[in-house]
Design a protein around this ligand. Structure first.
Ligand code: SAM
Length: 469
């Protein structure tokens, strides 16, 4: 805290908007932004403004004068501590409204992009239980709740398996029940935790970087298949076999039981070997009439309900013709590629993860699609000429990069290719806006369509259509 800053009081502050981390935003009479925890747009509060950081003020609620009509009681017992669903105290329509506003503001602020048409955000019908992938961290030092601290009871065991506290990479809240996934995932996770505690398995200490149990990933599908990946910090044959044997025999519905040894600084497993203990190396999923195999390193949309909504909207917006050549860059398992291939001449899918491309090729054969070509390649190494020579100039390009967005290299190629249309799908409107600003020299942003794939959070998926000028 700056020593020069003088605390002051502010009465009847109106909370006008909300940040992605769930803080309400008010303003002083002079217009300076004040972040206030535990409130939502529409609340009116008396505040103590206690801190100034990077020209932004931080306020503490002294009393509520008026409660927003959009307030709802959070369903989750971990709300307010867990870094997950920060918007659970706001009704779903208000969540959609604020996502729509956020996208427009980002496009104006970051890229100053003129967008001809904004279509209203598409809602997700399932507000809970929609996630098919969850990653839980083990921790030997669970975060203590205020109730636990004030009870003054001695806590003998602080082993936990759960999610990071917002902004604290080494603090884990012990999750008893998470509403974003299926009930049975909660049951299995809790039983695994009990077994590990009862059998003296050492949970990970994130600050000291020691311990055996590091992360547990669940992936489920609508066909009832389930993949579990245990991430161990080091190899211990006996401990691994004992635990995985318990899991295999106790839970009969696990189709793929895998493990990985990760003693790196970071949690990524893309550069590590993943071992199969039981079942298959993949699980099966369907989107409409198409079937896919999902392997541990391959990306699959985390909300299946909204995946076909996203893909149908993409098709509708692109208005693909039977004669079109389409490039699907960052294609993952080739899910969009195969959706689109049913309506055009050729699709070329490009993806960096080898096992994703192998499964994309396999599934396109199973799905009877003969007009698709998949290439395992780093998009950044693709020169314009190589692509065009091999497959012809595209009429449409689909881009669906990770959160970091596009690199300057690929943007340069896109500017040179001058495709009739580009459909840019993004789960991070900030990097999307940054990239659009550069692409705007050659393309016009015709339309923006947000789709809610992540209820209860500030995250949103956004599609934009670019047309060559
Ligand atoms: C957001 S996912 C999109 C996947 C797919 N479009 C879908 O809907 O399932 C982004 C994909 O880009 C891939 N990727 C990331 N960096 C890449 C790169 N430099 N070159 C090629 N693919 C990359 C990731 O492996 C991931 O499969």
């Amino acid at each position: 805290m700056s020593s020069k800053f003088k605390t002051f009081l502010l009465s009847d502050a109106v909370i006008k908007s909300i940040t992605s981390s769930g803080a309400g935003v008010a303003r002083t009479n002079e217009g300076t932004v004040i972040f206030v925890k535990n409130c939502i747009p529409g609340d009116i509060v008396d505040l103590e403004v206690f801190k100034k950081k990077k020209n932004k003020l931080h306020g503490k609620i002294l009393r509520f004068k008026f409660l927003s009509k959009n307030r709802v009681t959070p369903k989750c017992e971990h709300f307010g501590i867990c870094g997950g669903c920060k918007w659970q105290n706001m009704n779903y329509n208000a969540q959609l409204h604020h996502k729509d506003i956020e996208i427009k503001q980002i496009f104006k602020k970051i890229g100053n992009i003129q967008i001809k048409k904004y279509l209203p955000i598409v809602e997700c019908k399932e507000h809970y239980g929609f996630r098919n992938k969850m990653e839980f961290s083990f921790s030997s030092k669970k975060w203590l709740t205020e109730k636990e601290i004030s009870s003054k009871k001695k806590i003998k065991n602080r082993d936990a398996i759960g999610f990071h506290i917002s902004g604290m990479w080494d603090k884990i809240v012990d999750i008893n029940y998470c509403h974003l996934q299926k009930d049975y995932v909660n049951e299995i996770r809790n039983e695994i935790k009990k077994y590990c505690i009862d059998n003296n398995y050492v949970f990970f200490n994130h600050s000291k970087k020691e311990g055996f149990l590091r992360t547990l990933t669940f992936r489920t599908t609508s066909l009832g298949e389930m993949m579990l990946i245990f991430h161990f910090y080091y190899f211990d044959k006996q401990k691994i076999e004992m635990l995985l044997n318990f899991v295999r025999t106790r839970f009969k519905n696990i189709s793929s039981l895998l493990y990985v040894i990760n003693n790196k600084e970071n949690d990524s497993i893309y550069d590590l070997s993943i071992f199969k203990y039981h079942g298959e190396y993949y699980i099966k999923e369907e989107i409409g009439k198409l079937s896919f195999k999902i392997s541990p390193k391959s990306f699959f949309q985390t909300n299946l309900y909204q995946t076909s909504v996203l893909y149908n909207k993409s098709l509708e917006i692109l208005k693909i013709k039977k004669t079109d050549i389409v490039y699907d860059l960052y294609c993952g398992l080739g899910t969009i590629s195969q959706y689109v291939a049913q309506y055009c001449k050729i699709v070329v899918g490009i993806e960096i993860i080898d096992e994703a491309i192998q499964l994309a090729i396999e599934s396109s054969k199973i799905n009877g699609l003969k007009n698709i070509y998949f290439e395992k390649e780093d998009i950044n190494n693709i020169s314009k000429l190589d692509l065009l020579r091999k497959y012809g100039k595209p009429n449409a390009i689909i881009l669906d990069p990770p959160r970091q967005g596009l690199t300057k290299k690929i943007i340069k190629v896109l500017l040179e290719i001058k495709s009739e249309k580009i459909l840019y799908i993004s789960c991070n409107p900030s990097t999307q806006a940054r990239d659009l600003e550069i692409l705007c020299s050659e393309y016009e942003v015709t339309l923006s369509q947000a789709i809610d794939m992540f209820p209860q959070t500030s995250h949103v998926e956004n599609i934009v259509l670019l047309t060559n000028k």
